[in-house]
Design a protein. Sequence first.
Length: 232
Amino acid sequence: MTLLLAGAPVYVGASREAVLQAAAAAVMRLPAVHDAELKNKRVSIVVSGGANTPALARQLADGWRGSVTPSFIVSDERWSPDRSLSNAHELANHLAGSVFSSAPILAPTMQGDIDSSAIEWSRALEGYSPPVVALLSMGDDGHVASLFPNLNVVSVGTNVAICRESPKPPPTRISLSMDYLGQIPHRFIVAIGSVKCATLRDIQAGCGRPVTDLSPTQWFLDTAATGDPQDD
């Protein structure tokens, strides 16, 4: 694995814990986060679902030294009445008992129809503080949020997209758009586990994926994802 991937620097950790710690430390070093702490202001952070980025948010909470907790924006939501499946619910569970336990979490509602919910979320985002960093897990196929390879989405404004044919259940989802994510100053991509290795090798070889369309600013990988267990 080279020191650069799709033009962005790569951190490789020996374990999942090392990767999450490194990513959390990188967030804390961001000038915008540091300045917000000095000015006693809240910052906004995008967090995707999955097993790793909500845990990364908790890692950030456990090391937080600021007097003002950040607010969070979920990257996407599965369209399901089962609240336990929601990324917002998952994130809240990870933050429970931490200094971020009362942090605001902005997510689309699951009431009414998906088009109305997407419009409502789009309007809420327009009035929300722009995020300073996005913490996004890369899917096995190179997707981020609910933006999958070779899959059309319906745009709602410039900040939200509706996916109706997700290859992973449930098929219908609401996602932040590529345009919205791409405007966030810092885009950290987390990829952990050997199932990510083939896609990362393809990206290294120049193959495009949704994650590369995003133009990551930094990657955080474990050795299993690189395919080299000796890499550290």
